[in-house]
Design a protein around this ligand. Structure first.
Ligand code: S3P
Length: 433
């Protein structure tokens, strides 16, 4: 499936983006392990989160939905999961596989976790090594990639682990394993990363203890209590209409009901530092997460050096930020972002190749990108099967002098079902072929 996008086009209107992917994964996982029924609105019906729901169904959890975002999960308790009849297929989802590995490490049955071609190339040593320190019995393919084979062990043991990289997935994996461990499990982060797991554990009645960069959970079997909340719109999906409005002429968009957890809002800080006119309206709390409507107006952007401390807070938004940088005056420098090399694609390589294919001067660095603002031309971009690369480059057409084609866009449905209709409704001339 390819996207073909006509050049220029005006962007205007209001929209709501699908529910937050990180929160949707975690909601199903914790609800499945809780006692009682949990209900969520705004659940993301994307391929990644549906794979997580299917995995828990295969382990005996009754899940109704999602129907128009509503999902109800009958928790089976911490020790109520049953051995699935076959491997659990996590599709394209790194979050699904890494967080589930933490839960599966503590079960009294064995399980195999598999994924698609992209997920099967992604590094799992980052979760395997600390889980083994906790006593887990895990096998992986060569190079510590999926499939992961987990065998039952008598009991995990809490550890005090210093993360070698800023990763919310690894932190979350270990906190979830910590639910099944004897004693305390502590994780120290080199830089703040998204804290949805910590907030949600508290909402399910098992608060973590945080002391600076160190977060701990006590094992010991206390049950999780079912809870219900509305999942906000995903700021990582909002990034696309947001950048579209900034770079279109004229552009103006109101994106309603977006999660603005401060561990996720790096994109707003980066784009504002580039001169973006972005306002947060109607700020409020929804469950354990802050939410706002985001108003964006077309802006004259300038290149910046992105502070390394902001990188983990915008880690999924660099494809969109790179397109904004290509429309800015001057140079944008992104460093300290080597994690981009191991996302759904090697995003440093994919962004550099895509920008170059459309006539932008760009240099791929070991840990980032140097992008010179310029003029987009028409051309063909390979998304490498990466949803966010596909969506980001569809926006380049807004400033291109000829059509832009993006190859291999089917995975947009992993995080943003309805992307094409939503963007067309705002004025993007996007077609699927
Ligand atoms: C996520 C954490 C990030 C992010 C991913 C979702 C999560 O991954 O890129 O899309 O939900 O915990 P890392 O932990 O690998 O940085």
């Amino acid at each position: 499936m390819d996207f073909r996008v006509s050049p220029r086009g005006q962007i205007a209107g209001r929209c709501r983006v699908p529910g937050d992917k990180s929160i949707s994964h975690r909601a199903v996982m914790l609800a499945a392990l809780a006692e009682g029924e949990s209900r969520f609105g705004g659940f993301l019906a994307g391929a990644d989160t549906l794979a997580t729901a299917a995995a828990f169904r295969a382990m005996g959890v009754s899940i109704d939905g999602p129907h128009e975002g509503q999902i109800a999960v009958q928790g089976v308790g911490l020790h109520g999961l049953r051995a699935p009849p076959g491997p659990l297929d996590m599709g394209n989802a790194g979050t699904g596989m890494r967080l589930l590995a933490g839960i599966m490490a503590g079960q009294r049955f064995g399980v195999t976790l598999i994924g698609d071609e992209s997920l099967s190339r992604r590094p799992m040593r980052r979760v395997i090594a600390p889980l083994r320190q906790m006593g887990a019995d895990i096998a992986a393919a060569q190079g510590d990639t999926p499939p992961l084979g987990l065998r039952p062990v008598v009991r995990l043991q809490g550890i005090d682990y210093v993360l070698p990289m800023a990763s919310a997935q690894v932190k979350s994996c270990l906190l979830l394993a910590g639910l099944y461990a004897a004693g305390r499990t502590c994780v120290t982060e080199p830089a703040p990363t998204r804290d949805h797991t910590e907030r949600m554990l508290a909402a399910f009645g098992r608060p973590v203890q945080r002391d600076g960069a160190r977060v701990c959970i006590d094992g010991g079997g206390a049950s999780l209590r079912a809870t219900s909340f509305a999942i906000p719109g995903d700021i990582s999906s909002a990034a696309f209409p947001l950048v579209a409005a900034l770079i279109a002429s004229p552009g103006a968009v109101l994106i309603e009901n977006v999660g603005i957890n401060p561990t996720r809002t790096g994109i707003l800080d980066i784009l504002r530092a580039m001169g973006g006119d972005i306002e947060l309206l109607n700020q409020r709390d929804a469950g354990a997460e802050p939410v706002a409507d985001i108003r964006v107006r077309a802006s004259r952007l300038r290149g910046i050096a992105v502070p390394a401390a902001m990188v983990p807070l915008a880690i999924d938004e660099f494809p969109a930020i790179a397109v904004a940088a290509a429309c800015a005056q001057g140079e944008t420098l992104i460093t300290g972002a080597q994690e981009l090399r191991v996302k759904e694609s090697d995003r440093i390589a994919a962004i550099a190749a895509g920008l170059a294919a459309l006539g932008i001067a760009v240099e791929a660095l070991r840990d980032g990108l140097r992008i010179q603002g310029g003029q987009f031309h028409g051309g063909v971009v390979d998304s490498h099967g990466d949803h966010r690369i596909a969506m980001a480059f569809s926006l380049a057409a807004l400033r291109a002098d000829a059509p832009v084609q993006i190859r291999d866009c089917v995975n947009v449905g992993t995080s943003f079902p309805g992307y094409v209709d939503l963007m067309r409704g705002l004025g993007l001339g996007i077609e699927v072929s």
